[in-house]
Structure formats: C-alpha cells, structure tokens
Design a protein around this ligand. Structure first.
Ligand code: NAD
Length: 368
C-alpha cells in the first residue's frame, strides 16, 4: 500500500485536540501517512510574525493534500480571515460540504443526504471592502452615484461582489463532475438572479450553459431564500447544490443544523492542484485544551481525504466506525446528547478511542 505525504495543520483553539484525535483514527485504518506538521494561525505568529507563513503554503503545494484544524483570525493580523486567504492563495475554488444524517444523531429527519458545492474564491466574500468615511469609500460612492444615477448614503460602507464567467463556469462544471464521480443524479444552481442580475444572473446564465454540456445529469435552479425553505420541507428532492460563495456559507450551517450541529459537518476545499480538508466549524476558543468538543467533523473530513487519496476501503471502514459510535450513543461528546450538560458525555480523545475500537471490531468481523 502506498504511503501518503499529507500536510497536517493543527490550527488554533480546539484544533490541536481534534486533529490529534483524527490523526489517530486515520492511522488506525491501516493507511500509512507521512505527516508534515505545519503551524498556521496563532502558533505561527510567534515564530514567523504572520498567521499564514510561506512554509505552510509550500508544504501544501508539495504534498497536494492537507488536513487542517480551524484557525482563529487574530485581530490586527492584516488578514480578514486566514482561512479565506489560504483558499485564495492555493486557488482552492470548490468547497464540498456533505450533509448526511447519521442514525442516532440529533437529525431534523433521518433521510438527509445532500451535498453543498460552494464557490470559494469570489462573490461578496472576496474581501473587497471600503470602510465608511474613508477617502476611498467617499470617492467610490461619488463615482457609483454618478454612474448609476442612484444615491448611495454618504455614511455607507461598501462591499464589492464580483462574480465572473470563468469562476462560475469552473465551479458549476466541478459540481457536474462531482455528481458523475459520486453517482449523484442532479445539480441545483442556487442564486438570487431575480435581484442581482449582473452577478447572480450571470452565475445562473453560465450554469445553464454548462448544464447543456452535461446532459447526463439533471439540472435545475432555485432562488436562495426558496432553497432554504425547500431544504427544510422537501430535502429528498435535492442532491448537489451548487452555490456562489456567500449562499454556500449560509446553507452549510443550515445543513449542519439539520444533521445535529457543527460537530458532524465536514468539508473539503479542492483546487486543480491540491485539496485541504477541514471541518465547517471554527476554533471554538472557549473549549480549547478541555478535551470537550466533537472531533467527528474533522474525522469525517478525513474520510473525504481518504476518498480523495483513492483509499476507498479505508474511507468506508472509517465512515462506518464513526457511524457506529454515533448510533451506539455511548462514547459521544456533549453536542450529540439531548441535553448539553449530560454527565455521560465523553471527551474528544475518548471518541477517538471508541472509533478505533469500532475499526478493530470491523476488521475482526472481516473474513480472513
Ligand atoms: P466556532 O465554530 O468556533 O464555535 C461556535 C460554537 O459552536 C462553539 O462555541 C461550540 O459551542 C460549537 N462548536 C463548534 N465546533 C464544535 C465541535 N467540534 N464540537 C462541539 N461543539 C462545537 O465559531 P466562532 O466562535 O464563530 O469562531 C471562532 C473562531 O474560529 C473565529 O476566530 C473564526 O474566525 C474562526 N473560524 C475558523 C474557521 C476555519 O478555520 N475554517 C471556520 C469558522 C470560524
């Protein structure tokens, strides 16, 4: 079996604990890894003076695969978000977030199984912002007011929302390719084209063109507000949701809430030349070092990583082991319990022990 070189970024807050728990279960699958541990975030500031030092990017560029803990964006670091900067620096343009109900989790309903494909590099999330009252903001307000013959209040802040043909084309094509590779039947483009005609409208027009070239997979579109309601009322009708950046961000948390919370919401940032696997949630700083939070979102991101590395049998075994721990309900963290202060909740590392025990039990059950 081939060894895999993987960059491991423990991250901030609860990151080191949940990454260590995930590293242990990934190794227990029998797949062999050469971990290249790299500090980003607060740990990197002390050493390099920046939360996103070059060695992190170089390591991911070399290994092409990374497992990452959440990173806090320190105030005054010069970054709006270290996570967004990392995605932009490596052009990880697709963020894949599966929403799958595991039996025994606090699901809204037990048949949930859809995937969010979020554009990761543009939209109002691109960080193009002008602070209220600055010379640049004043200048832009005057310029735009003149061009559009519409008044913008002088005490406004401004955020720019770029959505390009090329950016839209590649994310929609990614969604179709992902559907094909993962036996999914339909792509739904999510937008607000009725209001934002030149950004979301462009996204929708491009999505329709791309759909014409991918006729083996069904295609439809939904306006984002309706999409949210449909997901709660009729989720079975949806399969892959292809979203511009901001809607993808919001729908991801809606999806996480539908399957019992952020502790079970994994993700994969994928580009043409590499991939970074990370949970949807952040660094939950108040729980740092307390052996308290759920490591399963990172573990499930690890399952996605195993699939990306074409270690399908290990991915299936780890997914099943995690599913069994959730279904048994004994060795789970507080967030998977009915009441948040349930004294029977276990800690982060005990969840890893339980998942490893399930992996071993699964192996023992296999015919020799
Ligand atoms: P958060 O996701 O860190 O935490 C919000 C709350 O969700 C926590 O207090 C906790 O109650 C719960 N929670 C989160 N993860 C959990 C887990 N694994 N198990 C159980 N409960 C869990 O969100 P926040 O407080 O808004 O952000 C904290 C920091 O994380 C910020 O600096 C933010 O910028 C950063 N962040 C990073 C990423 C990333 O690295 N990709 C993503 C989101 C936020």
């Amino acid at each position: 079996m081939a060894r895999h070189a993987v960059t491991l970024i423990p991250g901030d807050g609860v990151g080191p604990e949940i990454c260590e728990a995930s590293r242990r279960v990934l190794e227990a699958t029998g797949v062999e890894f050469d971990w290249d541990v790299q500090n980003a975030g607060e740990a990197a500031i002390a050493e390099f003076g920046t939360p996103l030092p070059d060695p992190v990017l170089e390591s991911i560029r070399k290994n092409k695969v990374a497992l990452k803990g959440p990173i806090t964006t320190p105030v005054g670091s010069g970054f709006r978000s270290v996570n967004v900067a990392l995605r932009q620096a490596l052009d990880l343009y697709a963020l894949v977030r599966p929403v799958k109900a595991y039996k025994g989790a606090r699901n809204l309903r037990d048949d949930l199984d859809f995937i969010i494909v979020r554009e990761n590099t543009e939209d109002i999330y691109a960080g193009l912002e002008f602070e209220k009252g600055t010379t640049d903001a004043d200048h832009l307000i005057q310029e735009i007011s003149g061009l559009l013959k519409k008044k913008i209040r002088p005490d406004s802040g401004l955020s720019i929302k770029p959505i390009s043909v090329s950016g839209s084309e590649r994310i929609v094509q990614f969604a179709f390719d992902y559907a094909r590779r993962n036996n999914r039947r339909k792509v739904t483009a999510v937008h607000k084209a009725n209001i934002m005609k030149h950004t979301d409208g462009l996204f929708l027009a491009v999505a329709r063109q791309v759909a014409e070239r991918n006729k083996d997979i069904e295609f439809e579109d939904r306006i984002v507000d309706n999409m949210c309601m449909q997901l709660v009322l009729r989720p079975k009708e949806y399969d892959i949701l292809c979203c511009p950046n901001l809607y993808g961000d919001i729908i991801s948390d809606l999806g996480a809430g539908m399957i019992g919370g952020l502790g079970l919401a994994p993700g994969a940032n994928i580009g043409t030349d590499g991939a970074v696997f990370e949970a949807t949630h952040g660094s939950a700083p108040k729980y740092a070092g307390k052996n308290k939070v759920n490591p399963m979102a990172v573990m499930l991101s690890g399952v996605m990583m195993l699939r990306y590395l074409e270690e399908t049998a290990a991915a299936d075994a780890l997914d099943k082991a995690i599913a069994n721990v959730i279904a048994l309900g004994e060795n789970v963290t507080y967030d998977l319990k009915e009441s948040r202060d349930d004294p029977t909740a276990v800690g982060t590392s005990q969840v890893a022990d339980a998942v490893i025990a399930q992996l071993k039990a699964g192996e023992a059950a296999q015919p020799a």
